[in-house]
Ligand binder design. Structure first.
Ligand code: OAD
Length: 247
């Protein structure tokens, strides 16, 4: 794979780089994507049974058990070369905002500081009634656990279908995309709104946009560059090229 020299040059000179990641970056850590045929989570499970507030109201035990199983997968996973390359990229450019749709926390474990967790974090808990994040001490054991304060069921602190993105998270993400010089869209199918609109926003604000994905997506026709490959291979290579031009 040849990394375009113009892209490397643009990243080096950028005042602000945004990286938007999706489940594809964690695929090489053994966490399934959502929409890949056969292996994707939504090829095996129905989101309306497991990832909506209605499903949780209807059958909290099943939803909790499914998330408990996914939490185990995430706990066993390790960050890969793609996550590590982004953590290093953050240290090499003037300013980098990492926005992730992933709920697995692997960016932080690889060393990225304060990524914008657009869809929440699967390891965190939230009170279903009060909508506030709970510490472990605030959860009484059960399947699902109960909020010590109000007795309501406890849910994972992720965004479900039909739910809005937290206002401050949306604000941080849109401001970054409207003001960045370069946006890298990594491992996302660019199909889920409002996250998919972030790259479009950057494009409309004249940022240079590059997609890193082995497959094409709705963003591909308008992106300035499409680097067709796995994040775990392309991102370290991009970093090597950047280091080369640093010296
Ligand atoms: P998708 O499953 O929709 O897309 C994953 C993308 O990763 C696809 O375009 C793949 O081609 C690409 N991919 C696969 N392996 C890759 C690799 N090694 N390197 C780079 N790319 C690779 O996942 P998302 O776009 O993350 O939302 O899905 C967006 C949202 O839909 C998720 O955050 C989740 C889901 O429903 C919620 O849970 C709210």
């Amino acid at each position: 794979m040849t990394i375009p020299a113009e892209l490397v040059h643009a990243i080096r000179g950028a005042g602000h780089v945004v990286v938007l990641t999706g489940s594809g970056i964690s695929a090489e850590s053994g966490i399934p994507t959502f929409r890949d045929a056969q292996t994707g989570t939504w090829a095996r499970f129905r989101p309306e049974d497991l990832a909506t507030p209605q499903a949780f109201r209807r059958d909290p035990e099943t939803v909790w058990a499914w998330y408990a199983w996914r939490r185990e997968t995430v706990a066993e996973a390790q960050p890969n070369a793609g996550h590590r390359a982004l953590a290093e990229l953050e240290r090499r450019v003037s300013k980098l905002t990492l926005i992730t749709q992933n709920v697995d926390g692997l960016h932080q474990r690889a060393g990225s500081r304060e990524p914008v967790e657009f869809h929440g974090n699967i390891m965190a808990n939230r009170c279903f009634a009060e909508q506030r994040r709970l510490t472990d001490d605030e959860c009484l054991p059960g399947t699902p656990p109960r909020c010590r304060d109000c007795g309501s069921a406890v849910r994972p602190d992720v965004v479900w279908f039909g739910e809005s993105i937290d206002e401050s998270v949306l604000e941080r993400a849109t401001t970054a995309c409207a003001t960045c010089d370069v946006l890298l869209s990594v491992g996302t199918s660019s199909q889920v709104q409002p996250a998919a609109g972030l790259a479009e926003l950057a494009l409309s604000c004249n940022a240079l946009v590059a997609e890193i994905n082995p497959a094409s997506t709705p963003l591909s026709p308008t992106a300035h560059y499409c680097l067709r490959g796995a994040a775990g291979a392309v991102l370290p290579q991009l970093l090597t090229e950047l280091k080369g031009t640093d010296e």
